[in-house]
Design a protein around this ligand. Sequence first.
Ligand SMILES: [Zn+2]
Length: 334
Amino acid sequence: MRNTVKRISCLLILPIVFSVCFSCAANISAQAEVENFIEADESDFIKWVDLNVGAKLLKKISALDIKYHGTEVDFDFCEALAYLATKNGNKFSDKADFAALDKLVGELESGKKISDFYGENKYYKYYCEAYSAVFSEMIGEYKDGESGETQYGVKAFFPIADGFWYNHYDDFGASRSYGFKRRHLGHDVMGSVGTPVIAMEGGTVAELGWNQYGGWRIGIRSHDTKRYYYYAHLRKDRPYAADLKAGDTVVAGQVIGYLGMTGYSAKENVNLKSGKPHLHAGLQLIFDESQVKGSKEIWVDLYGICGFLSGYRAKVSKNPDTKEYVSLNTKISV
Ligand SMILES: [Zn+2]
């Protein structure tokens, strides 16, 4: 879903809005970003994305995408999200969006194309590109790791293995004080130490080791390089799946490590001094390599996505000798 929409940066306003408050900052910066985006040369790229769509709507849109896959009806997950975001100014609310979605589906069933509505609209194009970067690999064709059959559907996983308890709420943007004052750029899923952590999407292990904030952590870059998944605070002493190392390829649903509570220490293999065991899951979007590290990083809220993916949990089995878990459900992109 590449398109030619290019925009100018809102980086100049970021220092100002960050000093206000996160929720205000998110709205102001998103508004400014979308307002500012323009047709530009090929070297430009998206600099900012706000993600606030909820789990219920994501479930509904994915069910529609699967329902209409292979039919005459022109329904696509990312385009439908972009359509709604264009309509609601990227402020999702279930009531209005469910009604708008029903109306859209009616129109598409009667033969209209989704591009008939906002085809050349610059906001629509921006949202198409932004939401494709987030979701394009979460739904589509995949090879089932067990049966080897090619199927169509949701191919991403919730980051906690099936059968293990968890608890979460939307804590993206909350302030954190270790080291220096900053925002929480991820999503915390509370659980028990030793719970198998699952790769939400396949990719390449870009980083694996100690980080003074995240403790034992794993960073996985998606195959299309647009997403970087960050799994942090893994278990003390045995944080990772056996033999996993930087450079390895992992598939969606694979056990990559174990939940713990390490981090916030310059010294390795140390547990958090306060707090409870949890997985910190982060999703960073990368439209250009200049956004990989530093002030230009774009992190999005995983709360809605995790709620959506709570229905897609990998089953695991434990090897009694090694105490290692292996996944019984993997999905390989095709
Ligand atoms: Zn966290």
